[in-house]
Write a new protein. Structure first.
Length: 352
């Protein structure tokens, strides 16, 4: 193991939930999670996570159990995910927009102790919950949740070592067969998130507009956790909508995020907004705009280059996870240097 990797690992906490709690002590009044009508400070986030942990324990969820969350981006998912970490249970995050057959196959395969459905923000989650006989409840701070019945399953072992203890399970798309549950340890997610935070220069002053689904590794680690680890504020959006983005931008967002297929390039902004794409961006100071691999069309030039923005194309994040593929931080640095050479929008990139 090289010296750089050792240095990164040495500063990582044991659980993915520990770093947000550190910010709750350091900067309790700083905004952490934002929805259109609700804002949580880091102190509020810590209180919500403790409440969600108590909820899980009251529902007989044990350390080592799997907790399935049929979700779209919302504060309830954030609290439950971090509560699973505190309880040392495994969070299984699945996008509510999957078909009934896909959801049922995953549910049968992962054998969760309990299943939660983010009813507050997702009609699809409500529909899945109704099919499974879940009960809708109003939970303090979390809003409406559908909660499934208790399952008689065997819990998994709990390890003290961060690199062995599973924090989350994310299912593949199943394009070449049945979806496979990828088990990510706490160290997996911590390493990706901490490295991303440092490479991109995230700061507590950043405001992240997050449309990437938290049921995907890109949204979960490189966007959500890395932002929280920096003490930044996260504006959670269940799905991309151009009108909502343009309405929200004037509030001071410095770092909107999206993926190639959600933050749709060439026509979506123009068609949904009904005007010149460049105008709304030229009057704002956006520090970065990140997208996943996908066609950029004319958005590669308009509005980003006009507004002198920097695009960060991200491929398979497993390539940058030390414990998933033994890729080191030095390898990440090699990727970053190559990216500067191959992406003309980033050749003069200097951290502000």
């Amino acid at each position: 193991m090289d010296a750089v990797t050792k240095e990164i690992l040495a500063k990582l906490p044991r659980l993915i939930s520990h770093r947000p709690f550190e910010w709750a002590k350091k900067s309790p009044g700083r905004p952490a999670i934002v929805e259109d009508e609700v804002t949580w400070t880091y102190k509020d986030l810590a209180i919500a996570v403790e409440g969600a942990k108590a909820l899980l324990m009251g529902l007989d969820v044990r350390p080592g159990d799997r907790v399935l969350m049929i979700n779209e981006n919302c504060r309830a998912f954030v609290a439950l995910l971090l509560a699973c970490s505190e309880l040392e249970a495994c969070a299984v995050s699945v996008n509510a927009r999957l078909s009934a057959l896909e959801i049922d196959n995953i549910r049968a395969h992962c054998q969760p102790r309990r299943t939660f459905y983010t009813a507050e923000v997702s009609p699809d989650a409500i529909a899945h919950g109704e099919r499974h006989g879940a009960e809708i409840r109003e939970i303090s701070m979390l809003g409406k949740l559908s909660i499934g019945s208790l399952a008689d399953v065997q819990e998994e072992p709990v390890f003290k070592e961060s690199e062995k203890h599973v924090a989350a399970m994310i299912y593949t798309t199943g394009t070449t067969g049945n979806p496979k549950g990828v088990m990510l340890s706490h160290q997996n997610l911590l390493f990706i998130s901490e490295t991303t935070k440092d490479v991109r220069g995230f700061t507590p002053d950043d405001y992240v507009y997050l449309t990437l689904p938290l049921s995907h590794i890109f949204g979960l680690s490189s966007s959500f956790l890395s932002s929280l680890y920096a003490g930044a504020a996260l504006h959670l959006v269940p799905g991309f909508n151009a009108a909502h983005l343009f309405k929200t931008l004037p509030k001071g967002i410095r770092f909107p995020r999206g993926s190639g297929h959600v933050f749709q390039p060439p026509g979506t902004c123009e068609d949904q907004q009904g005007g010149d794409r460049r105008t709304a961006f030229e009057v704002l100071v956006l520090r970065r705009c990140t997208h996943g691999h996908g066609p950029q069309g004319s958005c590669g030039k308009h509005p980003w280059s006009t507004a002198q923005q920097r695009l960060w194309p991200i491929g398979n994040l497993a390539d940058h996870s030390r414990t998933a593929t033994r890729q080191t931080a030095a390898g990440w640095g090699h990727w970053q240097r190559n990216s500067r050479r191959t992406n003309p929008l980033r050749r003069s990139d200097k951290r502000q």
